[in-house]
Design a binder for this molecule. Structure first.
Ligand code: HEC
Length: 123
């Protein structure tokens, strides 16, 4: 009898913890990924440096608010080669780097996260 009571106490003690854990897990899974994670997961660091790590096959990202609006940056990220072909500034970059920026498969939702993130991080 004593043993069973002990077991009940234990159960009562862990029940709130497991409910809390489940809630935290659910929140973590449904939260949108942050911009830096999307940047890394999309393969951008192959060519661009971010926070001191990443490649140098693409230009340094800086002063983006002078060059892009949210709309134009989104259009560029959707299809960089198509966008760059009538843009003198981007064409000049392309001459400097080994390959032009490729078209990467990114969902529209993740592209929006990238645009917001980059314009804020590199104003
Ligand atoms: C294979 C290398 C490569 C990869 C991968 C790459 N880029 Fe680029 N990126 C470039 C090059 C080269 C340019 C210069 C313009 C061009 O090629 O169109 C550029 C240009 C840019 C620019 C414009 C910079 C400016 O000064 O206006 C932005 C913003 C950018 N890249 C963001 C990204 C993001 C976000 C990703 C990931 C989704 C990414 N790049 C992936 C090589 C790359």
């Amino acid at each position: 009898m004593q043993k069973i009571r002990g077991g009940m106490k234990y159960l009562i003690a862990i029940a709130p913890c497991s409910i809390l854990c489940t809630l935290i897990l659910m929140m973590a899974c449904s939260a949108p990924p942050d911009g830096k994670t999307v940047f890394i997961e999309s393969g951008c660091t192959r060519c661009h440096e971010i926070d001191g790590s990443g490649g140098s096959q693409g230009p340094r990202l800086e002063g983006l608010q002078n060059k892009w609006t949210p709309e134009s940056l989104e259009e560029f990220l959707t299809d960089p080669p198509a966008y760059a072909k009538d843009n003198a500034r981007l064409l000049a970059y392309i001459k400097k780097y080994p390959t032009p920026m490729p078209k990467l498969e990114i969902s529209p939702a993740r592209r929006k996260i990238l645009v917001q993130y980059l314009l804020k991080k590199y104003p």
